[in-house]
Design a protein. Structure first.
Length: 67
C-alpha cells in the first residue's frame, strides 16, 4: 500500500466528539490498541525478567565478595 498526503479538502473528514474521540468520515479512529498477554506469556516474561536481573546481579555480587 502506497502512502499519500492528505489534501486540504480531505481534512473536512475529521471530526471530534464532546469526549475527544477522533472520527474519520463518521468512523471511529483507533488511536491505541491494548496488548493482552496470555497466562503462559506472562509466566515466560516473568521468568525472563528474573533471569535478566539474576545475570546482572551475579557479577555485581561476585565483585563485592557476596558469594
Amino acid at each position: 500500500m502506497a502512502l499519500r498526503s492528505i489534501s486540504i479538502d480531505e481534512l473536512d473528514g475529521f471530526q471530534i466528539d464532546d469526549h475527544g474521540q477522533l472520527y474519520w468520515r463518521e468512523k471511529t479512529v483507533i488511536l491505541e490498541k491494548r496488548l493482552k498477554l496470555e497466562t503462559y506469556q506472562i509466566l515466560l516474561a516473568t521468568l525472563a525478567t528474573a533471569g535478566a536481573v539474576a545475570s546482572g546481579l551475579h557479577p555485581f555480587g561476585v565483585s563485592l565478595g557476596w558469594w
